[in-house]
Design a protein around this ligand. Structure first.
Ligand code: 13P
Ligand code: SF4
Length: 348
C-alpha cells in the first residue's frame, strides 16, 4: 500500500470498523485513493447520494446529500466533470442545471422504478384531460417528463411546492405513495384519474379532489409493511422508526418520523434514543451507523435498491479513467426541464 492509500485506509477504518470487514476496507481504500488522485488531476467533482454503499460514501464524494441538496450542489459546485454517484435521473438533473459541464454516471444500469413508471405522452394526456391544472413532478423522473411539468419537487419540499400554486387542484406525478402521504399530511383529497373516468362537467370548476395522482411506486419502499414495524417494536420496545415518504401511508403512519434521506440522517444525529429502524435503502443505515457509533441501527438488509447498488468504487474509477458514461439531454428538452427544476429550487 502507498502512503496515500494507507492514509485513506486509516480514515475508512476509523469510520467503518463496525460496518465492514477489514479486508474489504483495505480493498476499498486502495480504489478510493486512486479515484481521489485522478479526481484532483482532472479537476473533477464527485456528488454522492446518501444511498451509496459505505466504502464509497465515506471516501470519494466531495459532497453527499439527498436529491434536493444534490440538485442545488449540481448547480453550484466547482469541478468538471461532475461524476454523479447516484441514479440516472439525478445525473440528468445535474446536466439540466450545468449544461456546460461534462456529467458522468459510473453505470448505465442505475435506473429507478419511479422514473420508469411514466412517459412524456402520459403527462401530455393528463394535461389534455385537465386543462389549466398545474403539473408537479417528483425529481425521480427523466428529463422529458420534467420538460412537460410546471415544477419539480423532492420528498423534502413536496408540500411546499404544491402549496406554491394558488389553484384548487394539482396533478402530482408519478409516486402514488408520496402523493398519498402529502394528501394525508395536508388534508387534501386525492384521486387517480387512471382508475375511474371523470365526467367532463365534473373536471372543472367544482372538483371535490385537490390532488390527481399516478400509480408509480418505488420498488424498494413498497416492500416495507406495518407488520415489519410491529414485529420490530415487539422485539425492541424502545426503537424509533423512521420511514421515507415513498413508503405507504400506513407504514408512514405507524412510524415515528418521516422525511427525506437527509432529514432522517439529521433526525438520528439529533435524537437521544439508543436504537433506530430506518425504512429506506439499507446502505443508508450503514452510513448512519458509521457516523453515530453510540447509536444502534436495526437493518432490514434484504431491502436494497438494485439501481443505486450499481454504483461501485471500481465503476467510479473507470468512469474517470474512460470519461464514461456521458449524460446528454437534448437542448430543447433541457431548457423546458430547467424551468421546472429552477422553479423548485426557488421554493424553500
Ligand atoms: P431523497 O430525496 O430523500 O434523497 O430520496 C431519493 C430517493 O431515490 C429515495 O428513494
Ligand atoms: Fe428509485 Fe426507489 Fe431506488 Fe430511490 S430507492 S432510486 S426511488 S428505485
Amino acid at each position: 500500500m502507498t502512503d496515500d492509500a494507507l492514509q485513506t485506509y486509516d480514515l475508512l477504518r476509523e469510520k467503518l470498523h463496525d460496518v465492514l470487514p477489514d479486508f474489504e476496507i483495505r480493498a476499498k481504500a486502495e480504489l478510493a485513493c486512486r479515484i481521489n488522485q485522478l479526481k484532483s488531476d482532472l479537476g473533477a467533482v464527485i456528488l454522492g447520494h446518501n444511498y451509496m454503499e459505505p466504502g464509497l460514501y465515506h471516501s470519494v464524494p466531495d459532497f453527499t446529500g439527498d436529491s434536493l441538496e444534490l440538485s442545488r450542489l449540481a448547480a453550484t459546485a466547482d469541478g468538471d466533470p461532475i461524476v454523479f454517484c447516484g441514479v440516472r435521473f439525478m445525473a440528468e438533473t445535474a446536466k439540466i442545471l450545468s449544461p456546460e459541464k461534462t456529467v458522468l454516471i459510473p453505470s448505465l444500469e442505475a435506473g429507478c422504478s419511479l422514473a420508469a413508471s411514466i412517459t412524456a405522452e402520459d403527462v401530455r394526456e393528463l394535461r389534455e384531460r385537465f386543462p389549466g391544472v398545474p403539473v408537479v413532478t417528483y425529481v425521480n423522473t427523466y428529463a422529458d417528463i420534467k420538460a412537460e411539468s410546471d415544477v419539480c419537487c423532492t420528498s423534502s419540499n413536496a408540500l411546499a411546492v404544491i402549496e406554491s400554486f394558488n389553484t384548487e387542484t394539482v396533478i402530482f406525478l408519478p409516486d402514488e405513495y408520496l402523493a398519498r402521504n402529502v394528501a394525508r399530511e395536508s388534508g387534501k383529497h386525492i384521486i387517480f384519474p387512471t382508475d375511474r373516468p371523470i365526467a367532463k362537467e365534473k373536471q372543472d370548476p367544482h372538483m371535490d379532489y385537490q390532488l390527481l395522482g399516478w400509480h408509480g411506486k418505488c420498488e424498494v419502499h413498497e416492500k416495507f409493511n406495518v407488520e415489519d414495524i410491529e414485529n420490530v417494536r415487539r422485539q425492541f420496545p424502545d426503537v424509533v422508526v423512521l420511514a421515507h415518504p415513498e413508503c405507504s401511508p400506513e407504514v408512514v403512519e405507524a412510524s415515528d418520523f418521516s422525511g427525506s434521506t437527509s432529514a432522517m440522517i439529521r433526525f438520528v444525529e439529533q435524537a437521544r434514543s439508543p436504537r433506530y429502524l430506518l425504512l429506506t435503502e439499507c446502505s443508508m443505515a450503514d452510513n448512519v451507523a458509521a457516523e453515530n457509533p453510540d447509536k444502534e441501527m436495526l437493518r432490514l438488509c434484504s431491502v436494497r435498491c438494485p439501481h443505486m447498488n450499481q454504483i461501485t468504487l471500481q465503476d467510479t474509477l473507470d468512469s474517470l479513467l474512460q470519461n464514461r458514461y456521458v449524460i446528454d439531454v437534448p437542448e430543447e428538452i433541457r431548457l423546458k426541464a430547467k424551468r421546472a427544476v429552477d422553479r423548485m429550487l426557488e421554493i424553500h
